[in-house]
Design a protein around this ligand. Structure first.
Ligand code: NAP
Length: 493
């Protein structure tokens, strides 16, 4: 059925892909406008990252009062840093409160998204074989959701449970067990702090050590929560405080100016924290990185250095030779006998909406458009893919500050583009190739000089070794999202 032009504008049909934080946000905003939308969610529950990740110790490292929608502060957070469970509960509460649940079709994977040139709309294919039409597609499918399974010889021969952290096996022996944990990004570090006292032995296989930025965890009292309920401005005061927003600004400046005072301060704080907490020279040598702080994603923790010194934890820094049925053999012949093997080995960070097949104008696929690296004009739109808008898409400031803040600002930008479609000023809108290429050229040049490009391996780097994310400041991002530069867009009647 074609969308309707009733003379006062078009009633558009929207397909939102994914019912995580960003998809729920898009739903709320469209519902406020009285629009006709459907959210397609491949799983049977909402929550995205916070549904898929259930590992022990899962905590968001953005302070809880900054990790909420700006329009829905949450007085109930128990502590400064919230657990994954609490966050999932928050999103469920918000989706209920804003009446989004009836708009979500659960268990519906979008497998193809194909542009119909003649009709200027998208045809979506679902896993069930059903075909859907939409004038606008919002790709809200998340960033880190395809687990990266390491290519370690013999992995499949392990006799006990072996699983990725985003596929946590609740039946796997942890209590009183010998557990192997491969990987020490944010996930691996949090797991150490949560299971070290439960296990008989935890062997933490560390290929590269991490810089740890100390942060303060504290609980909110009942009285404080009551005060938040009575006066929500108290929560805004935290969200917009210098402690949070000021830190975000300082951090993004630090990323950009790698000889500047802000990055020097981060490096000093991390080094001092390591010096203060780790006094055993052997362990300190193991935990001292040979790259600059913030090159890999900084680990924010209030307890890792204490917890890693628990007698049950052994940090193994040798090279893994192979996995065998009963454990892991190191290259020097050492054998670690294990009951459970946990893979905290990260995610394929360049997938975005893929493996969904997306075919834009002229039948050009997203795989072709992204043959070198995933890109998007200002992280939101792609030339040749009209009316296709991404939340937390490629080249955005993922990892630099709260993804909710990013998605909300991106929505404000997207909404202005969609408005042109609503008003009937165009049937299709996409950035010009020239504008996109100019943006990418500037972005890549800037990205190469950021701290992310200062000489370390991380998921921030694309396949060519260039940092994949937003290389400029927080204020540059918020300003860019205020209004699209319309001269960079091509409108099709
Ligand atoms: P990650 O940062 O990509 O870390 C993966 C770890 O696995 C690294 O230590 C890596 O070592 C290691 N590894 C990978 N393949 C290996 C192999 N074949 N042999 C040995 N080690 C191997 O993944 P993550 O910890 O899941 O975190 C991903 C991102 O998720 C974070 O950066 C963050 O953005 C997000 N996250 C956020 C929070 C939060 O609190 N907000 C919590 C968890 C995750 P190398 O360093 O040597 O490559």
């Amino acid at each position: 059925m074609p969308s309707v032009d009733n003379g006062t504008g078009r009633q558009l049909r929207y397909a939102i892909v994914g019912a995580g934080m960003a998809g729920i946000l898009a739903g709320i905003k469209l519902k406020e406008r009285g629009e006709d939308f459907t959210i397609y969610e491949k799983a049977n529950r909402l929550g995205g990252t916070w549904r898929e990740n259930r590992y022990p110790g899962l905590t968001c490292d953005v302070p809880a009062h900054a990790y909420t929608y700006s329009f829905e502060p949450y007085p109930e957070w128990k502590a400064n840093y919230a657990t994954g469970d609490e966050i999932e509960t928050y999103f469920e509460m918000v989706a209920e409160k804003y009446g989004i649940m009836p708009y979500i079709r659960f268990g519906q994977e979008v497998v193809s998204v194909v542009w119909d040139e003649a009709g200027s709309y998208w045809k979506l294919g679902l896993g069930t074989g059903e075909q859907i039409e939409a004038d606008v597609v919002i790709a809200a499918s998340g960033v880190l959701h395809h687990p990266k399974i390491p290519a370690i010889p013999g992995l499949e021969t392990f006799e006990g449970p072996a699983f990725h952290t985003a596929r946590w096996d609740d039946e796997a022996p942890i209590d009183g067990a010998r557990v192997g944990l491969i990987g020490c990004g944010s996930t691996g570090i949090q797991i150490v702090t949560a299971i070290n006292k439960r296990v008989e032995r935890l062997v933490h296989f560390q290929r590269s050590p991490q810089w740890i930025m100390p942060v303060q965890q504290f609980e909110y009292s009942d009285e404080e929560r009551e005060a938040f309920r009575k006066d929500p401005s108290l929560m805004d005061a935290i969200r917009y405080s210098d402690e949070y927003i000021g830190n975000v600004r300082r951090f993004t400046n630090a990323i950009m100016d790698i000889e500047g005072p802000e990055i020097k301060q981060i490096e000093e704080v991390c080094q001092q924290y390591l010096d203060m907490k780790i006094t055993d020279p052997e362990l300190k040598a193991k935990l001292t990185p040979d790259y600059r702080a913030a090159c890999k994603r900084l680990i924010y923790s209030w307890c890792y250095y204490d917890e890693v010194q628990h007698p049950a934890v052994y940090v193994e820094t040798g090279g893994i030779a192979q996995v065998e049925p009963k454990g892991i053999r190191m290259q020097d012949g050492t054998f670690h006998e294990l009951d459970t093997l946990v893979l905290a080995t990260g995610f394929e960070a360049d997938r975005f909406i893929r493996p969904t097949t997306v075919l834009g104008q002229g039948g050009r696929s997203l795989d072709e458009a992204w043959a070198v690296r995933p890109t998007a004009y200002y992280a939101v739109t792609i030339p040749g893919f009209p009316n296709f808008f991404m939340l937390n898409g490629p080249t955005g400031p993922v990892g630099n500050f709260s993804l909710i803040d990013i998605a909300e600002r991106q929505w404000e930008y997207i909404d202005q583009l969609i408005d042109l479609l609503r008003k009937g000023e165009a049937k299709a809108i996409a950035p010009s190739t020239a504008a996109h290429d100019n943006y990418e050229e500037r972005r890549i040049a800037a990205a190469k000089t950021t701290i992310f490009g200062s000489g370390c391996a991380s998921w921030y780097l694309d396949a060519t070794g260039v940092p994949a994310s937003w290389p400029w400041s927080y204020d540059a991002f918020t300003e860019a999202m205020l209004a699209p530069m319309m001269e960079d867009y091509t409108l099709q009647a």
